[in-house]
Design a protein around this ligand. Structure first.
Ligand SMILES: [Zn+2]
Ligand SMILES: [Zn+2]
Ligand SMILES: [Zn+2]
Length: 326
């Protein structure tokens, strides 16, 4: 992490405004600033007490170093101010970085559950409205615009295709967004129904091979889902149909394909003919067909993607990796 560089001084005039509270800093008052963080590379100044409140900036300060090392001009400060800094610096920097690490977004859960805040949502299963305050269960990101596809509690268990891939060996708090806010009796009910239904779904629905596509990019407007850089016009790209917004193809550079989410590649078998699996495969030139085949088959082999640890998967007949049999 790049360490922010700071400076301190007694304000030479009363003109500088504090970046924290927006008020001016009096002439002669101790002020602390981030060098180069204001417009035109100027120092972003703060009242001494306001500096600590801006934890967003403070978290980039290396809390393991002393104020003497971190703050330019430290030596010219009055003894009492040095003492104040020595004490406050490590304390507040540490607090800010702890706060920052806690605020990191957690990965998307497989499911969400809550009491419907209004009666406006319709169940994706039976299409009937879900009553206000009724317990509803949903799949985050499965509705338009990445929204959650909500279901009546009893309707959700019919979606075996969506339930089958859920890893029930994880804790419910991890699997179900909002779980901890449910009433105790609903937590118990959900926990047992989820285990039961996901298991049944997994048995009933052996993972279907995904729908894939490959072509030469018609424009330079598509972006690789893995490296997030643009895919050049006419460049070879491979993707998963229906995995982008509005059911569009989630495209990848052919070399980035191996970094696709594991759930996308579920169901790919090493012996599935590429012409069947990948839409547009036959239109690629021979060299590119070979490239695509190699990357797609790598997804199918057990070494292709790091396997998620979950109990009982060893015995699964899910992916018989048939290797180059003639
Ligand atoms: Zn201030
Ligand atoms: Zn329903
Ligand atoms: Zn890429």
């Amino acid at each position: 992490m790049a360490t922010a560089s700071l400076t301190a001084e007694y304000a030479k005039s009363g003109k500088a405004g504090c970046k924290g509270c927006g008020k001016s800093i009096d002439k002669g008052e101790l002020r602390i600033g981030y060098v180069g963080k204001a417009n035109f590379g100027a120092t972003a100044w703060y009242h001494y007490d306001c500096l600590w409140a801006d934890t967003d900036s403070l978290k980039s300060v290396d809390a393991s170093k002393s104020a003497k090392v971190l703050v330019q001009n430290y030596d010219s400060l009055k003894g009492e101010d040095k003492k104040k800094l020595d004490k406050d610096f490590p304390k507040f920097c540490k607090e800010a970085s702890t706060k920052a690490s806690k605020a990191e977004p957690k990965p998307k859960s497989d499911l969400a559950a809550e009491y419907a805040p209004s009666a406006k949502s319709n169940c994706k299963g039976c299409s009937k409205p879900i009553g206000k305050s009724t317990l509803r269960v949903g799949f985050p990101g499965k509705a338009n615009f990445g929204a959650t596809a909500w279901y009546h509690y009893d309707c959700v268990w019919k979606e075996s295709v969506l339930l089958a891939p859920i890893d029930t060996s994880q804790s419910l708090e991890e699997t179900v967004d909002g779980f901890e806010k449910l009433k105790n009796e609903d937590q118990t009910k959900l926990s047992s129904d989820l285990k039961k239904n996901c298991k049944a779904a997994a048995e009933k629905e052996p993972p279907l091979p995904p729908k894939m596509a490959a072509d030469y990019a018609k424009s330079d407007k598509s972006e690789c889902k893995s490296c997030a850089t643009k895919i050049a016009k006419n460049a070879l790209r491979v993707g998963f149909t229906g995995k982008a917004n509005f059911g569009a193809v989630a495209w990848y550079h052919v070399d980035c394909l191996k970094k696709c989410p594991q759930e996308y590649s579920k169901g790919i078998k090493a012996d599935t003919p590429l012409e069947e699996l990948v839409d547009g495969f036959d239109k690629l030139n021979k060299d590119d067909q070979k490239k695509v085949e190699k990357e797609v088959k790598a997804l199918a082999s057990p070494t292709g993607a790091p396997k998620r640890k979950s109990e009982g998967e060893e015995s699964a007949k899910a992916s018989p990796a048939k290797k180059g049999r003639k």
